[in-house]
Every structure is written in structure tokens, then in C-alpha cells.
Design a protein around this ligand. Structure first.
Ligand code: HH2
Length: 287
């Protein structure tokens, strides 16, 4: 007989950005972009983006992640001035409402302006390697950071991604980024690590990273993961269109949480919240 699995979140005293991690947390996505892979153009107007952010918070998002630049495969970078104009009014309004706001950016000047406008978390798909000023800038503030792994850059990352051992390679790279942050003065309670599902990865790479997600807990920081609506879901199923991937998104998200993910980055907050509450009630009985 195998021993019952222990809920990896139970009685946890770990925190990220001041949030207790004793339960899994939801980061809801607001893309203030014309071209994001699943919802581009839906919230390009500041009013629509603020309304969406409020809706996500009401539906149970612990963090609202605001982005002004798509990093979908094949995307091209957006000028900083455009990114700033898209996100700042949204960040300001959501933060004023008391919502915990993160900003999805790889540019130090955008990070600094977003923090000034009330964001408290920076979500960087380059893990503070994309802009030479980013690490020192973040270190000099109290901000928390999501460090995500990406092989290559969005323009070409899906051309031919290769690893010796995807879990070991991604983990070693993230460990180096944690070390760089620690040297700069950013403590583990200000860091979340994300293996970057779909960022320079084949379907097989994504599946292995999720299957062995618990390996990332060993790095001593919160673990975040974004599976929501991503193409690997359609590839594993019946080729569903991007808005028809909720079932697979929930399945992969719950798997990730059971393997120790602390933060799920999702588009469909209400359905994810419901799934987590039910998962949690059952997991609690297994302690
Ligand atoms: N995925 C996307 C963007 N940012 N950040 C983290 N930490 N983890 C992720 O998996 C992740 C991310 C892609 O999703 P989305 O923002 O909806 O699309 P786009 O980049 O096209 O705007």
C-alpha cells in the first residue's frame, strides 16, 4: 500500500509578495494588447482593461497580471512608450482599488514606472535577463518578481527547441537566476519561479516539466505556472480553438497544484477558482 500523498501546501508558512502560500493562488491575466494569443484586442481600451481586472479580482484572483506586450510565439517587441501607455492607467486604477497588481514586462523602465503606479510584482518572461538594468532596479525596491524560463526569444523560440534534459536544464537555469537575485539582495520570499510552459518548448518538453514540477520546489521559492489556453492542450486533445481549452487548462492546472505549484496564471479565473476550492476540500481530507 502506498502512503497517502501529503498536500504540498498544507500548513505552509511560505509567502510570496506578502501573500501566504498555505493555499494555491490565482494570478488572473489582463492583456492590454491587440495581439495576445488568446484574447488580443478584448481589453485594449483602458476602461475595458480596468473592468476586466476588477472582474477577475471579484472572481477570486489573488493577483491581477497586466501586460502590454504579447510574447506569443512569433511576436515582435513593442516600443516601450506604447507598452507604458497601455498599462499605466490600468495599473493605477486597479492598484487604487486595493487589487494586488503584477506587470508582465521585460523592460526595466516599464517595471519602474509600473511600480510607481502601484504594482507590487513584476512578472518577467526573461527572468530579469532581458534588460541590463532590471535586476538592480528591482533589488532597490521592495517588489517581488516572477522569474520565468524561456529558451531563445518569442520571435523564434518555437523553431526547434532542444534540451539535454528539459527538467534538469530549466531547473539549473532558474537556480542561477535565484542566485543572481540573492546576490543583488532579493530574498526568496520575493521570488516565484516559473518553468515557462510553451516558451521554447515542444509538447513533450511541456508535459515533462508539468509531470516533474515538484522538482522546482527544491529551489526554495514559490512556484508559478501558466498553462491556460496554451497550444499544447489542443495538441494533446482534439486540436481545439484557443477559447475551447478550458477543460485542459483546468486539468493541467490542478495537476500542477498537486505537484506543488503555488500560483496558477490563468485567463479563466472563476472556473479555476471553483476547481481549486473543490480540489482543496478533497486534498484537506487526505492529510
Ligand atoms: N505566459 C504568457 C505570458 N506571460 N508569464 C509567466 N510567468 N508564465 C507564463 O506561462 C506566461 C507569462 C502567455 O500568455 P498571454 O499573456 O495570455 O499571451 P501573450 O503573451 O500572447 O500576451
Amino acid at each position: 500500500m502506498t502512503a497517502p500523498r501529503v498536500d504540498p501546501h498544507a500548513a505552509s508558512e511560505r509567502t510570496f509578495a506578502g501573500l501566504s502560500l498555505s493555499s494555491p493562488r490565482i494570478m488572473g491575466v489582463v492583456n492590454v494588447t491587440p495581439d495576445s494569443f488568446s484574447d488580443g484586442g478584448e481589453a485594449l481600451e483602458p476602461g475595458a482593461a480596468v473592468a476586466r481586472g476588477r472582474d477577475l479580482a471579484d472572481a477570486g484572483a489573488d493577483i491581477v497580471d497586466v501586460g502590454g506586450e504579447s510574447t506569443r510565439p512569433g511576436s515582435t517587441p513593442v516600443p516601450e512608450a506604447v507598452e507604458l501607455a497601455r498599462i499605466l492607467p490600468v495599473v493605477r486604477d486597479l492598484a487604487r482599488d486595493g487589487i494586488r497588481v503584477s506587470v508582465d514586462t521585460r523592460h526595466a523602465r516599464v517595471m519602474a514606472a509600473a511600480l510607481d503606479a502601484g504594482a507590487t510584482i513584476i512578472n518577467d518572461v526573461t527572468a530579469l535577463t532581458g534588460d541590463a538594468d532590471a535586476l538592480a532596479m528591482i533589488a532597490g525596491t521592495g517588489a517581488a518578481v516572477v522569474l520565468m524560463h524561456m529558451q531563445g526569444d518569442p520571435g523564434t523560440m518555437q523553431d526547434d527547441p532542444r534540451y539535454d534534459d528539459v527538467v534538469a536544464d530549466v531547473k539549473a537555469w532558474l537556480a542561477q537566476r535565484v542566485a543572481a537575485c540573492r546576490v543583488a539582495g532579493i530574498g526568496p520570499d520575493r521570488i516565484a519561479l516559473d518553468p515557462g510552459i510553451g516558451f521554447g518548448k515542444t509538447v513533450e518538453h511541456n508535459v515533462r516539466l508539468l509531470a516533474e514540477l515538484d522538482a522546482f520546489r527544491e529551489l526554495g521559492c514559490a512556484v508559478a505556472v501558466g498553462v491556460s489556453r496554451k497550444s499544447f492542450i489542443a495538441r494533446l486533445s482534439r486540436g481545439e480553438a484557443v477559447k475551447q481549452r478550458l477543460g485542459g487548462s483546468i486539468a493541467a492546472g490542478l495537476w500542477a497544484v498537486a505537484e506543488g505549484a503555488d500560483i496558477l496564471r490563468v485567463h479563466d479565473v472563476a472556473a479555476t477558482r471553483q476547481a481549486l476550492e473543490v480540489w482543496r476540500a478533497i486534498a484537506d481530507k487526505r492529510r
